[in-house]
Design a protein around this ligand. Structure first.
Ligand code: BMA
Length: 374
């Protein structure tokens, strides 16, 4: 009998330990953009905040879909990643792009199949990864790409000439989000980072092609459409490209009630020294905004544009720029080919340095985030 009581006490303590944070999690204390956000979405939000307190989660765009010299389709029985190939570990954050989902296509603009995305998201979510989406959608006025700058935003707002088409596009992306379910049939919570880099002039939703009031209106109406389609598993992230001031960061900001996570995209265009300086000054701007708005924040896109240069770029350039910044994650852009890649792959000149970067206490991979508030 005594042994039985001990066993029960032991089992109870296991439950207590393994469910520690969640046991006391009060979803009502978390107020998100989406007032009907699912409990899992609130947990994801809390996780992202907790991750930021413990370190910086490492993220990679299209990590498991392809890498330099391989595609998932070539060997569909195994989930691979350039990052894992080098370090033995998967990234903690997995980025995907939904460009062309609006057209009803089966593959995105970079030839990644949406079915593959769903499979990998399910697997990675199960392992404790954080999933984030960007959306390089076509220009709804001209049917050109995201990079067709023809002014289209006013045409897709309420009463605009392309409104009906835009509602269909949002319906299609909504259906995708609603198809993300875990093994128990629950919606997988994810981050959605639409209309990014709006302070640059290269996208149709960007500077010079849209007024800031129309941009904010587009943001709000898009969120309303998604929610009216029943989508409640999203955290919304706002991410301008590199800025020179707080005013610039906030120029297109739709307001605290419409954003859950603050981001910024910064690439290494102008040399290492300038890059480190920019990272520090910009992450400080985002941090100040994040603290006053009480939201987590991240470096939502980055990478070394000087392909094939910088043997110690990870520990001597990227890390000095992000360390102690308080960001929850850093996401490296995609590894398309040996002439267009932003992260590491086997054989790349900074491979050894990446391993050192991986072993830094502050930089977290999948195995290091899986237990953080999960
Ligand atoms: C860009 C480039 C493009 C790609 C797009 C969307 O930065 O990598 O080749 O199509 O992102 O992923």
């Amino acid at each position: 009998m005594k042994n039985f009581v001990r066993l029960v006490a032991f089992l109870a303590s296991l439950i207590f330990i393994s469910c520690g944070p969640l046991r006391t999690f009060d979803a009502d204390t978390i107020v998100l953009t989406d007032k009907d956000a699912t409990r899992e979405t609130k947990i994801l939000y809390r996780r992202i905040s907790e991750i930021g307190k413990e370190g910086i989660a490492f993220g990679h765009q299209d990590a498991t879909a392809y890498g330099v010299g391989w595609k998932h389709e070539d060997n569909p029985h195994e989930i691979r990643s350039d990052i894992k190939h080098v370090t033995g570990k998967f990234p903690a954050v997995h980025g995907f792009d939904l460009g062309h989902i609006e057209l009803g296509k089966s593959h995105n603009l970079d030839t990644v199949s949406f079915a593959l995305m769903k499979d990998h998201i399910r697997e990675m979510h199960k392992k404790g990864a954080v999933i984030t989406f960007s959306w390089h959608l076509d220009n709804p006025l001209t049917d050109g790409s995201s990079w067709d700058p023809s002014a289209a935003v006013s045409e897709i707002l309420t009463n605009g000439s392309q409104r009906e088409k835009y509602e269909l596009w949002v319906k299609r992306i909504s259906n995708f989000f609603l198809s993300l379910k875990d093994d128990n049939g629950k919606f997988i919570p994810v981050i959605f980072r639409p209309y990014h880099e709006m302070n640059g002039g290269w996208f149709w939703w960007g500077e010079g092609n849209v007024s800031n009031s129309n941009y904010k209106q587009l943001w709000k109406e898009t969120l309303e459409l998604l929610q009216s389609n029943g989508v409640h598993n999203l955290l919304y992230a706002y991410s301008p490209n590199i800025v020179s001031s707080e005013e610039e960061y906030e120029k297109y900001y739709p307001g605290d009630a419409y954003v859950d996570i603050l981001g910024i995209d910064i690439y290494n265009h102008g040399g290492d020294e300038v890059f480190v300086k920019n990272l520090k000054s910009n992450l400080e701007i985002v941090k100040r905004k994040a603290q006053s708005s009480d939201k987590p924040y991240a470096l939502t896109e980055t990478g070394n544009n000087n392909f094939g240069e910088g043997e110690d770029w990870w520990t001597q350039v990227l890390y000095p720029g992000i360390k102690n910044s308080g960001i929850s994650w850093v996401l490296l852009w995609r590894n398309d080919s040996s002439s267009h890649y932003f992260s590491i792959y086997k054989g790349e000149i900074s491979e050894e340095d990446f391993k050192e970067f991986e072993s830094l206490e502050e930089i977290l991979f999948l195995d290091e985030v899986e237990d953080i508030f999960n």
